[in-house]
Design a protein around this ligand. Sequence first.
Ligand SMILES: Nc1ncnc2c1ncn2[C@@H]1O[C@H](COP(=O)(O)OP(=O)(O)OP(=O)(O)O)[C@@H](O)[C@H]1O
Length: 876
Amino acid sequence: MQQHNAIKQKYPDAVLLFRVGDFYETFGSDAIIASQVLGITLTKRNNGAASASELAGFPHHALDTYLHKLVKAGYRVAICDQLEDPKQAKGIVKRGVTEMVTPGTATNEKLLDHHANNFLACLHFVDDNQFGIAFLDISTGEFFLAEGDREYADKLLQSFQPAEILFQRHRQKLFKEYFGTKAYTYTLDEWVFQEHYTRELLLKQFQTHSLKGFGVEDLNNGLTAAGGLLHYLKDTEHPNLQHIRSIQRIDRSDFLWMDRFTIRNLELLGGANADAHTLLKVLDHTVSPMGARLLKRWMVFPLKDRRRIEERLDLVEYLIAAADLRPALIQHIRACGDIERLASKVPMKKSGPREVLQLARGLVQVAAMQQLCLESDNAWLRRLGDTLDPCSGLAAKIQETLSENPPPTIQKGDFIRKGVSAELDELREIASTGKEYLVKLQQEEAQRTGISSLKVGFNNVFGYYLEVTNSHKQKVPAEWMRKQTLANAERYITPELKEYEEKITGAEEKIIRLEAGIFEKLLEALLEYLSPIQTNGNIVGILDCVLCFAQVSLSFTYRKPQLHDGDNMKIIAGRHPVIERYLPQGEQYISNDLVLDKTQQQLIILTGPNMSGKSALLRQAALITLMAHMGCFVPADEALLPVTDRIFTRVGASDNLSGGESTFMVEMNETASILNNLTPRSLVLLDEIGRGTSTYDGISIAWSIAEYLHQCEQQPLTLFATHYHELNELEEKWSRIRNYHITNRESGNKIIFLRKLAPGGSTHSFGIHVARMAGMPAALIDRANEVLAHLEAKPIEGVPAETANVAPVPSAAGARAVKEKIKAVDSPQFQLSIFDIHSQTFDSIRKQLEAVDINRLTPVEALLKLQEVKKLLGSS
Ligand SMILES: Nc1ncnc2c1ncn2[C@@H]1O[C@H](COP(=O)(O)OP(=O)(O)OP(=O)(O)O)[C@@H](O)[C@H]1O
């Protein structure tokens, strides 16, 4: 317990799994946690004079089963092992923490999702708005760094979705304010974030004298964050990280920028909501973990360089046409396995024979892929083929060494092929044929010496012996050595028997040791190949992604977009890639054409009834643009798209109540971020801006935002969906603003959504109709119609002030007019009360009462009437 307590003191914030013999034990508060999270029995242990302590444990071989449960439940786990062989130990066995497992440092299969990276992030607060930031996935070796302002840091955190975020201890409050409270975080001491210390760590890791070769030398803040990550890995007992061999910078200017709201608003990845219909789900037809992981990155970091985008698009086009090559390549990629993660496990000493063989088999698939690429008549594929390196020597060596179906761990042995080591073969022979050997030896010697009573025996004192009865003593050859005399027999040993004995005793143990040694050598050889294997992983990922694009283009009839350096956007028959996949059976997505250009139609004001498809149209424009910049074909018959550097969306209302902000505040924050970051090549999508406040404030804000976007120097292409039909007035005033609406048809008291985009504004929102569709009480709907009819009875003056040039917001007189109307609606005559809700009942009561002539009513009739009225009330 003293040893336990001393170790626990060093890891106070972790659950300590303390190895005792064949068990991992937990004590005290750790035991309470373990028993609750793992569902194992909690017992008490009496430590002599000390008070009883809680105890909960599990067998050591069940570590894999239990470890991930603790980590998934949000605990840091320190694994404390026995550091020496208990048989050799003098006194208490030496113990120490061999690994600390946290969400961001997990390498265990059960903690990792094959289709997603598991990033550990480090955020270096330089000041309140300047950050260095780094991301590392130790399960693959991918390492990135960047630096920038809060907005950029936030966007990167959203894009990488790290499992754990590290930052300076005293920045806890600011971190929460800036980045929310949902992420798993851990804080480090301030001193860690020193430039020279972190740089040293990086140089040591990469074994270089400078960081110039990685092109990151100038990013001091980013490097500090990256070094912070390495410090943490050292601190959490992760010493073997040879697979982390380089670091890449993420340059904001290389990618089409989407702010964090856009990534969320467009529902690209889905985040915590596993059931969300996302673009990722629609597009992800990758067949390898490398491809799945890379696709996510391509989605949140789409390209901006036209040449590179076109390269990808051309390759997709080529693969669509290559009907034979495509399935062949897909088959090899599918069979390849996760070579990236398999290779990363080698330096961390976490790979077993089964995984190593899997890696070799993956490399064989790489060889087949390489051949197909090199044989193709596509220059890009040939280039990819050239970069692949199947490491044939290594793959062959692994396959020649390991048996066909090896076990996952080395403990059980019997995974090295026959013929690899003569010594091993002989030992196995001995172990399996030990008895037969002895019988054979006994027979041979009996024959040679003529001692018919010869017996082979064994005892613990001097091992194997030959026993001869006294009557045959004289026949014993001179070279036999006498060891023991019994009453009626003598026992002898021979050099041959001794040699055999040495071999057979502990043959099993030796076999295991020998196999482990051979395996160890294989791993050492493998270490030399980490770099080409990682490159292979990357190329396989790229191939998988472009093949996936080809596949989805074929399945969902996507077409090749055309990117250009001009300003206009023209989409013919565009569709929403996600909605069209999830429409109820029998329904078809209605495509739409969309044109935006900087001379005539820079900003479209889009109106139309609720549910008509305004948001869908906005999002589809953004998603088509995004997909094109990923190098993927798009859901449209034709798409001519300007090279875009930013997509901004403000779609729908969203709450950040836990973050302490109101819906409207969030809306304004997001819009402000758009307006402050505009570029001439931005695409801006605004959906119902201003709806989170009073009508007048809302219209005024929406109105002036539209004007701002028209008048600002960047003149971004903009789609502006709104229910404020007043905004249609803007078309008259500004040369590049155009009104469009989404069509519908009224049929009786129903509306039919035609979902076609047409020029001109619309005047109705049909909100009440949608409320009816949603199942609101009929009386409420009637009342809403009544109120609406009253409000619409005469036009409200001054909304908007059409003649005003500068700020055509509604006039004070207009505001007064509306207030008066609302007041009128609120008068007793209009009040929504129980009488309205039950109006039918009361109508009939009124009619009955009106028909009564009190002067002629007898008392009995009056009572009967009263009873009738009561009945009516009772049935309402
Ligand atoms: N072009 C289309 N073809 C088929 N279905 C569509 C189309 N556009 C939209 N829809 C369907 O209609 C639903 C409502 O669309 P959307 O949310 O875009 O309407 P909206 O006009 O923005 O409504 P609101 O003003 O109430 O927010 C979508 O969820 C989708 O299922």
